[in-house]
Design a protein around this ligand. Structure first.
Ligand SMILES: *[C@@H]1O[C@H](CO)[C@@H](O)[C@H](O)[C@H]1NC(C)=O
Length: 280
């Protein structure tokens, strides 16, 4: 083996130092962009509050710390992403959808076709997947937070519920062969609240077990919402729940409904995700 001369050894030392400096710079850059998270104090004392930092935090602009994930339930598997959308994004979805709202329909479980129904009295419209840059960005964020690629999602459905309008408890998975031809069964749903609602309009899971003494402000929930685990609509929050269990069987505890709006107007956007690519 050749012996290094004094000059070559000094060269190697300089090189090692240079590599160290470059590595430190790269780490600092990654920290700044939010790819790597430093441990930081949690928001509350509750052990159920988990602060996560994903690469998609770079979508979030200022103050990503106000965004956090709440584990609502394991049966059904339901999670609330607080401040998932910005106010501008919520308003954008409403304004894009508003001109094309039509009376909502439900799927006929015998034929698989859409039909009018008294169990669902909202108005709504489907947006195209990747319809504009804002929608594309939101769909990317949904993919990042559900770990399901955007290609497996249907176009967003924006819904408007006026006073007394509701959606009776139902499953998001299909009971017919017709609707599973494209993309297979629905695996999960992301329900984003685009407006605040003064009273009512909660999303309720009537099959979930709840201990009402552990629910804050239980008496402020509507009568409908007291029938199960419920989520109060709040602008920008996103509810993720799974229609399928990890063993790929259908989860009957994912039964859910939209409680009647009592005061105000509820706007929401739904993203249905399938087990396979969905041709949109
Ligand atoms: C409901 O929660 C309260 C407070 O945590 C507890 O004391 C009570 O035993 C719970 N009830 C049931 C039926 O689990």
């Amino acid at each position: 083996m050749a012996k290094l001369s004094r000059g070559q050894r000094r060269g190697a030392g300089t090189m090692a130092l240079l590599v160290l400096v470059l590595l430190s710079l790269a780490l600092m850059l990654m920290l700044a962009l939010g790819f790597v998270a430093m441990p930081s104090a949690s928001h509350g004392s509750s052990a159920d509050v988990v602060e996560i930092k994903l690469p998609s935090h770079r979508h979030f602009g200022a103050n990503p710390l106000s965004r956090w994930v709440e584990v609502l339930s394991w049966e059904p598997r339901a999670f609330l992403y607080h401040h998932f959308l910005t106010e501008e994004e919520c308003n954008h979805l409403i304004e894009v959808a508003r001109p094309s709202l039509v009376k909502s329909t439900v799927v006929d479980s015998d034929t698989g076709k859409s039909k009018d129904s008294r169990v669902r009295t909202s108005s709504g419209t489907f947006l195209m997947r990747g319809q504009d840059p804002v929608i594309k960005r939101i769909e990317k964020r949904i993919a990042d937070f559900t770990f399901i690629p955007a290609e497996q999602g249907e176009g967003l459905q924006v819904l408007q519920y006026k006073e007394s309008e509701k959606y009776e408890p139902h499953y998001d998975y299909f009971h017919d062969a017709y609707n599973t031809k494209n993309g297979g069964q629905r695996i999960a749903t992301v329900l984003m609240y685009l407006s605040n609602v003064e009273e009512g309009g909660e999303t309720v899971f009537p099959a979930a077990q709840v201990n009402k003494t552990e629910v804050p402000d239980w008496d402020k929930l509507s009568e409908c919402a007291q029938k199960g685990l419920s989520v109060r609509p709040r602008m920008g929050d996103a509810l993720l729940f799974w229609s399928m269990k990890p063993d790929a069987t259908l989860d009957s505890t994912s039964l859910h409904g939209g409680c009647p709006v009592i005061k105000g107007t509820k706007w929401s956007a739904t993203k249905w995700l399938h087990v396979e690519n969905y041709a949109a």
